[in-house]
Design a protein around this ligand. Sequence first.
Ligand code: 5AD
Ligand code: SF4
Length: 467
Amino acid sequence: MNEIEIQKQYIKKVRENNKNKKQKYIIVTMGCQLNENDSEKLCGMLDEMGYTKTEKQEEADLALFNTCCVRENAEDRLFGKLGELKKIKEQKGIIIAIGGCMMQEKHITKKIKESYPFVDIIFGTHTLHKFPEDLYKILEEKRKLEDVIDIDGKIYEGLPIKRDSKIKASVTIMNGCNNFCSYCIVPYVRGRERSRQPRAIIEEVKELAKQGYKEVTLLGQNVNSYLRVEKEKKIEFEEYEGVNSFATLLKAINKIEGIERIRFVSPHPKDFTDDVIEAIRDCNKVCKLVHLPLQAGNTKVLKEMNRKYTKEQYLALVEKMKNKIPNVTFSTDIIVGFPGETQEEFEDTLDVVNKVKFEQVYMFIYSRRIGTPGDKMENQIPEEEKHKRFDKLKALVESQIGETSKKYIGTMQKVLVEGESKNNKNLLTGRTDSNKVVIFEGDKKLIGKMVELKIISEHMWYLKGEI
Ligand code: 5AD
Ligand code: SF4
């Protein structure tokens, strides 16, 4: 029996155990879209095990945390929550399970075992698929369980999944990262790069199209190096519908009927080959918003970060894409206050922001991560200085976003309608190709459809449109 069939047996056993018990679970997801996609898989398994989802902590029989460890604030959040759950645990014996990236860090699991001994299950990124087995053991044998392995997990296909949306879906195409940027913990907690088989991805997207999904986002820590490691290391993979690289994957998905939009995050600038640029240009469904993580604008800082490109190379890549792809726009990730970054070097980051004019900038204050080279660097920047730089960058980004948003006024935009607006149920909300939120008046029947809207005003984080 293969691993997934074994887990399906456990799913059945837990479902029998839960029969007529009306068991409920709450799930808290931290971090990136990959983690959200993992949580959708956990929800899929829990659903099949007879659990229903609740948003109310006091109702839950099982509390599940899917953790992130990219920055420190996620740790504070988890330990805060665990403090709260202690009382509930004492009152009604709720099962507490913690999984995901943070559980791959030994100092964290040690702290949980010492200070929060009431946690029932600890599982890592490579053992997510074994959650039914772990849960069964707790329910039946009532013993605490730690299921974390350090080796790179295999890619398992065929797990149940319960997606948050019926319109947009995330599809993980690769796991892990081989880049070892010196600030980043991901390669240590997610392991080495490994790609899913082309056939598995194509079949998943075809099935999504059949179910009525309109947009897919391809996910990976380094999406544009899809299948690269396999080719370099001569690891066997089966070509399917012509897919043997990221560019050919985009082309194959572009042909799938029913899917109207394709997005992908995150690519690495160093792997942005011409075939990928051409695929973005030629595939009508691929959105022309490219997320291109900059991290820092100064060449020396980039070198210290082990990013493998210079300021000039980044700007040249942006220029090349602007020339080749009509209407291309960019979004990015930036870290301020990396060890040793001087005021002058930070100004280079501002300079790149000024030059590129991003649609969206995700800004982060450098956070020391145990086990990374960055943490061992001696010239750490004081917190106060990091915050000052962050505020400066934020002010620049906000003024630019105001400017770029103004350019939308009076234009026609294709918008995929996602649902009712959260703040006003009488309005609908959707997104443009460039991922801008648009709010407008319209019939609920438009939900899930593509509409042409005229943009009438801009409001910092969203646009207003009319049909
Ligand atoms: N400190 C701050 N930001 C970080 N990121 C990754 N590691 C760190 C860190 N140690 C940011 C990067 C990455 C995004 C997902 O998180 O910008 O692209
Ligand atoms: Fe982290 Fe760099 Fe890998 Fe992205 S590419 S996950 S920033 S090591």
